[in-house]
Design a protein around this ligand. Structure first.
Ligand SMILES: *[C@@H]1O[C@H](CO)[C@@H](O)[C@H](O)[C@H]1NC(C)=O
Ligand SMILES: *[C@@H]1O[C@H](CO)[C@@H](O)[C@H](O)[C@H]1NC(C)=O
Ligand SMILES: *[C@@H]1O[C@H](CO)[C@@H](O)[C@H](O)[C@H]1NC(C)=O
Ligand SMILES: *[C@@H]1O[C@H](CO)[C@@H](O)[C@H](O)[C@H]1NC(C)=O
Ligand SMILES: [Zn+2]
Length: 292
């Protein structure tokens, strides 16, 4: 391979990015748009005010921001908030345990709890409440990416794979490669279109019968327990779909073929669930009821 000055920065960027970004921007935007379809008018007004944005994109516009914030000096402490390192043993055994797995610097479960308390605070400055809202919108997305609820090889970042002939890692395949192969690049327009399809799936399509079950265990009285329900659900896919035949099986085939076909439905349902649960969570915050 020949390296030119124009390809080199991109290659360096690709190899230094840890990939532990959660869904890429496309996934986060899509989760936010799905949620936009299910929030009540009261919720919409409240969060448009908190976020200082009265456009229809008020949730999507900030959904990927915490991935930028974590890369700033002031926001570096939030890096562990994007995941929880489940110390399980996939593919034989998948499980997540808050006491065992939430590190001393915090994790996605403690972060959802913290920012849920903060977004409701009457004493915090407007900018802190805004940051809390942005964190919730982002982390409700991340917690539905199975490899954000897995310790193995830093959530798959250390598992080298190829996708469409391009060298990457398993974490990035789930964050970005699968979503983008299906829905296109990370633009708000592509995300809005994908969200319309998922929303129809919830209202009258394949998810209609199961959507109510996605809300089980959701209560503002216990955000840790609520987030653990979502984390456990997400982590179970590490055994059943991400690495069903062990890590070696993912390293010896190109993942853009049969693996893509088999895992796309899981990515779809996890993005749909994340959006639906985010709407329920924001509705709870705004009115005490999920309203779904
Ligand atoms: C919500 O607001 C929209 C327009 O802003 C309005 O058409 C709709 O009737 C409202 N829904 C409820 C339940 O108030
Ligand atoms: C809660 O969030 C604030 C603001 O980002 C942060 O300073 C604090 O350390 C967090 N607390 C926990 C327990 O995560
Ligand atoms: C995605 O972006 C790449 C690089 O900017 C571009 O070549 C490609 O055509 C875009 N694909 C879509 C579906 O927009
Ligand atoms: C996976 O591959 C490694 C290195 O090639 C090998 O040592 C190991 O035995 C393999 N594990 C399984 C479960 O096949
Ligand atoms: Zn993230």
């Amino acid at each position: 391979m020949k390296f030119s000055v124009t390809t080199l920065p991109a290659l360096l960027l690709a190899s230094t990015l840890p990939g532990a970004l959660g869904w890429g921007a496309l996934g986060h935007y899509t989760v936010a748009y799905v949620a936009s379809h299910f929030v009540t008018n009261k919720t919409k007004q409240k969060f448009q005010r908190i976020l200082g944005d009265d456009s229809t994109d008020y949730l999507a516009a900030v959904a990927a921001y915490p991935d930028t914030y974590r890369n700033t000096a002031i926001g570096a402490f939030t890096a562990p908030f994007h995941y929880i390192d489940a110390l399980d043993a996939p593919p034989d055994s998948c499980n997540v345990d808050f006491a065992r797995d939430c590190g001393i610097g915090g994790c996605i479960v403690s972060a959802i709890s913290n920012y849920t308390t903060r977004v409701q605070s009457k004493r915090l400055a407007a900018e802190d409440v805004k940051l809390a809202a942005e964190m919730i919108i982002h982390f409700l997305g991340d917690i539905h990416q199975p490899l954000h609820v897995e310790n193995l090889e830093l959530g798959g970042n250390g598992i080298k794979v190829t996708f469409g002939g391009v060298a990457t890692n398993l974490h990035a395949v789930w964050d970005t490669s699968i979503p983008q192969k299906y829905a296109g690049n990370a633009t708000l327009a592509h995300a809005a279109e994908w969200a319309t399809i998922l929303t129809a799936g919830i209202k009258k399509g394949p998810y209609k019968r199961v959507a109510a079950s996605w809300l089980k265990g959701m209560t503002l009285k216990d955000p840790v327990k609520s987030a653990m329900t979502w984390a456990t659900d997400s982590n179970s896919y590490v055994c059943s779909a991400v690495l069903p035949d062990g890590r070696n099986a993912t390293e010896t085939i190109d993942l853009s073929g049969e693996y893509y076909t088999e895992t796309l439905p899981i990515v779809q349902i996890q993005i749909a669930k994340a959006g639906y649960r985010l709407a329920g969570w924001l509705n709870l915050i705004a009115s005490g009821k999920t309203c779904l």
